[in-house]
Design a protein around this ligand. Structure first.
Ligand code: SF4
Length: 76
């Protein structure tokens, strides 16, 4: 399993994460920021547990997010 985290308030809405990791990211039409699908919020950080299959796309999202607010970790 993997843990994906986003510090959503700092999102600038570039859309890169949705482009490379469509299983986990959707642009939100209301505020123009990216939603981490199914995530729970805690103190501004959104977190979701996902399958290992989602690691590579989200590792890419982590690396191409221009404001470096995405983190993906293997947890098992
Ligand atoms: S890549 Fe980063 S800044 Fe761009 S939409 Fe996704 S979370 Fe926001």
């Amino acid at each position: 399993m993997i843990r994906i985290t986003q510090q959503r308030i700092k999102c600038i809405g570039c859309g890169n994460c949705e482009e490379v990791a469509q299983n986990n990211w959707r642009m939100n039409n209301s505020d123009g920021k990216a939603d981490l699908i199914g995530a729970k919020e805690n103190k501004g950080f959104y977190t979701v547990i996902s399958s290992n299959d989602d690691y590579e796309p989200n590792f890419e999202a982590q690396n191409i997010c221009p404001v470096r607010i995405i983190k993906v970790e293997k947890i098992q």
